[in-house]
Design a protein. Structure first.
Length: 192
């Protein structure tokens, strides 16, 4: 029984991408969806709270909806940030979006459109998050790959997987690929 309990300890593997404006490493998140049991329907996307996205830095595979007054070629069409971190829009051209907040991207769009349009008006919103996958595995109710929507605590990530199972042990392991740097946690050690 002790062996079963030992192997049932919770293993949480994360690909925590603490995005920073200086980050220039290309991100290529895995293309996977949350693992669900056949009896459990997938949850619809949660509405994004304003405070969650004000500090969110855009990354590759995020999908945006950009609206520009009077410019039909741009307005309300979903735009995915490509693996190099760029978006390519008619009239505006290529803009490097990875590492920018929504407000910073809006400022860049306004600057570019000011050359073409008198008093441009632009809005930018996130339609789908795709740049910060986190894998939650082990003794959780619904293990799988989930998308972070900005900064999250460990408890918030575990609750994304519908919490711990009753047989979960007392240990949690957090890791990420070394290309993204050391975990910014006290006592964190490099993986073996």
């Amino acid at each position: 029984m002790a062996n079963i309990k030992y192997f049932a300890t919770t293993l949480l593997t994360t690909c925590l991408l603490v995005a920073s404006p200086q980050a220039s490493t290309p991100q290529t998140p895995p293309q996977s969806t949350p693992v669900r049991t056949p009896m459990t329907p997938a949850k619809p996307p949660q509405p994004v709270q304003e405070e969650d996205i004000s500090h969110y830095l855009l990354g590759s595979d995020d999908t945006l909806k950009i609206w520009a007054l009077g410019i039909e070629e741009i307005s309300d069409k979903p735009v995915r940030i490509d693996p190099s971190g760029d978006i390519d829009l008619p009239v505006v051209g290529k803009i490097h979006a990875r590492g920018l907040s929504l407000e910073q991207l809006k400022v860049q769009l306004l600057q570019r459109l000011a050359k073409e349009v008198l008093k441009p008006q632009v809005s930018v919103e996130i339609v789908d998050f795709g740049s910060q996958p986190v894998s939650v595995m082990g003794a959780v109710n619904h293990p799988g790959v989930f998308q972070l929507r900005g900064r999250k605590t460990l408890m918030e990530v575990v609750s994304t997987a519908d919490g711990l199972r009753p047989d979960a042990g007392p240990r949690v392991t957090i890791s990420r690929e070394s290309q993204y740097g050391a975990l910014p946690l006290p006592g964190a050690s490099p993986s073996r």
